[in-house]
Unconditional design. Sequence first.
Lengths: 319, 338
Amino acid sequence: MTSRQRPEAVDGTRTPETLSGADIDYPVDVDRPHETAEDYSLTELLAVSAAHEIENGELAFIGVGMSLISGILAKHTRSPDCQLVTESGYVGSRPPGVVQSISDTVLGVDALFASNQFQIFTDNQRGLFDVGIIGAGQIDRYGNTNSTVVTGSDGTYDHPKVRLPGSGGSNDIMTSCGRSVVMMRQDERAFTTDLDYRTAPGHLDGGDARERAGFRGDGPSAVITDMAIFRFDDDGEMVLSATHPGVDVDDVRAEVQWDLQVADDVSTTPEPTRGELAVLRAIDPTDTVLRGSDYIYEVGFEEWSERVMEQWKTFQDTQ
Amino acid sequence: MTPLDHGAVAGESFPDADGVASGSPTGSRSRRDKTTDLETAIDRYVPDGASVAFGGMGGRDPEAAAREIVRQGKSGLTVLDDARTTLFDIMVGAGCVDRYVGSWVGTSLISQGHNVRNAVENDVPHHLEMRDVSNFGSSLMFLAGAMDVPFVPTRSMLETDIPEHNPDIEVVEDPLGSGDDLALVPAATPDVAVIHVQRADRLGNAQIWGNVVNDHLKARAADHVVVTCEEVVPTETIQRHPELTKIPFYAVDAVVEVPFGSHPWHCYGYYYADLPFYREYGQRSRDREDFLDWLDEWVVPHDEYLERVGADRLATLEQMEAQINDLPPVDGGEEGSR
């Protein structure tokens, strides 16, 4: 497999360290930014948790929605030197606000590279990207995911109970990206022993299955849900690693079909800081992604456009 | 394994403006004035039963061209594509599409593809047959088509159900002996690719700013290419920045000037996406009757569509885009940012 080894740095340069505590320079005005936030929503906790999966200096392959807002948050807080990669062709963007779609023109802002989908996935298959964040409808104990069809008891692929959007880039990211993070809803029907369809490869059936399949990427390293954070053991099986504040291990177990492994030192998910929350709310002033309210479903055109432009300006002034 | 050329009109020749039959791409695509209007271009190049690929991807999508396909009542289409949003959902709901080969269907961050779900799950208005590939798979099917080879291999899609349910994808062991399995993605050769760009000249040299998605490959894989653009510009303007020409004249059959041709999505350097507009589509496409009303209201000739959206609203979308992205000056400043 010598032809598939990842090129290594030859000049001895080191990856910049991920920032923490008082080293983080928040780009918004907020008092006591390093202290724990007093109130935050579940989606805000998820966005912050996903942002913590992106280390400084990494190339982070992200999609629309929660994963992109997490990427933008990471870039403005702990990992200022990470670079965002999107499947539509952009690398290195510093979007001034939330991204509505994968070719959103805000991705053109400060981009280092505006290319095409073929090139981005070729680079992904070559192993040039460090971490990818995907979503899924179902997952099994080895982190294999389904985002294609829910067949239910009497449905089929051609006539499913629920037609989901499909792979998008999730298959390609889970196959070849350095490691992958899956974000999804914690639900007993979703954490299943029997996927209705395998869209993206996790640790397959465990052990060295990925290596035997010739996959370059290490597969899923974390699963982040609305209740907990999971990691994977050496055999590629999911292990409960942390529960969100107020959630018990048994609450999580009840939403998993298999006999869930639980870490000895299961922790509580770190709460967002005031600074992180302020950044999140600043980049989503119309509540398009965080969705703590129905605002985005009700706001009129004039007000929407004014708020978006005003928020872009605030961001642009800090650049 | 056969190339994914499922259209009923495969191999059929279209007479072109200069009278040259164009079963082969050459000949008809000579250096000639290819400008026409949207109605004529869609009527000529998108016959019933055709296989079609669309450009853009949640940005620079050829929305106006797709609405024209619906307005002309096209049927039996196969859409060979990557990720598709509103234009596909509208065409499916209107009954234009029988089959989709691609990687992702939905409408946006704030809405599902209600018509796609209704067609696949409930056969309304009729069944939509789905053939899934991954995103890289969709790029590669157009690469294979553009290379005129039967397939391109990849490591994507191995060990999953994608090849199980898409019989056009074969998994083989590397014939050169590495021992690795590879998924062979068959060539997609759509009858026509419909692509919206920022600007083109009359010959069909199409220039794109920002990301290209798979458009350069789709244009070369397709038998025919319809380019819609924000502006038709003189060839001299193209010549000042030839590096921006992502689709050259020899791959293009028709050029149509369609300002705001991607609304409600973005067109980099020209206008931002109209979220409240496509949010309304998402809400009104939940219910069949509401969706049919939406069609009546919005599937109209493009100039009428723009009047209904309103000049002030369109100007605001231009202003939004101008705040974040400027097109680089193309003529020492004389032509400004456009």
